[in-house]
Design a protein around this ligand. Structure first.
Ligand SMILES: Cc1cc2nc3c(=O)[nH]c(=O)nc-3n(C[C@H](O)[C@H](O)[C@H](O)COP(=O)(O)O)c2cc1C
Length: 252
């Protein structure tokens, strides 16, 4: 089994590890000219962003040649995912893939403009993350099949969410609004955890215009020096089972 994953604060890496098999980082795969993956089961684990998949994961699905009789997709999310499953079904169809199984695991919501991180961390036990992951693992081991039906209503819902959420939230120039405060010691960790290689650290930190809006730089800065103009919390989050080195290894 092969799992391709995208992670910023570690939730997806943790879920991918728990499912098992060979783990491949999507940001690293995307730096290759061609991507070919063949296995008896191939899956993607990624976060929900604005009720769909991260931009890079969508690009990955279009670019990769995946050959497998069992293709599965697992989202991690915090609050809700609306038509996110339908986005996967349509992207899979476009890529000539049959989606065999899809599910989602509710974890900490790391979206700083809306959620207070300490509150998210404190209420985590109520989400029974381990129980959710065990169900997903069992389903995949048993090669369970699910069906996502995309009706005209679903497509209308997707378009609405795209307008209201995805377009305003997922903008490649977003990082240019990030604030780097005086705590910054120019250690360069932000550049090493960025999946899009969008950050340069010289005598100052500069953001380019290919931001994935994943907040890996904000959540993993050891000095807590990177901030949004409007954020609910100065507390940051990384999944308790995942280290800073794990994120650097995944995205750097
Ligand atoms: C830009 C952005 C948008 C997000 N949008 C949603 C969303 O629409 N619904 C949701 O439930 N969680 C949303 N989240 C939360 C993440 O999906 C969730 O925290 C995920 O588990 C993070 O995975 P990671 O730790 O592997 O990066 C969003 C996070 C970010 C950074």
């Amino acid at each position: 089994m092969t799992i391709c994953y995208f992670t910023a604060s570690g939730n997806c890496l943790y879920v991918a590890r728990r499912i098992g098999g060979t783990l491949l980082s999507i940001p690293q795969l995307m730096r290759q000219d061609t991507i070919e993956i063949e296995d008896e089961a191939v899956g993607i684990v990624c976060p929900v962003y604005a009720c769909e998949m991260p931009m890079m994961v969508r690009e990955f699905m279009a670019k990769a040649k995946i050959v497998t009789p069992y293709f599965f997709f697992i989202y991690t999310f915090g609050m809700g995912y609306a038509a996110a499953f339908a986005h996967v079904e349509l992207a899979a169809r476009k890529a000539g893939l049959k989606l065999s199984y899809i599910n989602a695991v509710q974890m900490v919501d790391n979206y700083l403009p809306v959620f207070e991180m300490q509150n998210q961390i404190d209420t985590l036990p109520q989400k029974n993350v381990e129980g959710q992951i065990e169900n997903v693992c069992r389903d995949i081991w048993e090669r369970k099949q699910t069906v996502v039906t995309v009706t005209k209503e679903t497509e209308a819902e997707m378009a609405t969410y795209a307008q209201r959420l995805a377009v305003p939230i997922l903008r490649k120039d977003t990082a240019q609004g990030y604030i780097v405060n005086g705590n910054c010691i120019r250690c360069g960790i932000c550049a090493r955890v960025c999946p899009a290689s969008n950050i340069k650290v010289t005598d100052k930190v500069t953001f380019g215009s290919s931001c994935e809006v994943c907040y890996a730089c904000l959540h993993n800065c050891p000095q807590n020096a990177i901030h949004l103009p409007v954020e609910q919390s100065s507390v940051r989050f990384r999944n308790e089972h995942v280290s800073l080195k794990d994120i650097i290894d995944a995205n750097g």
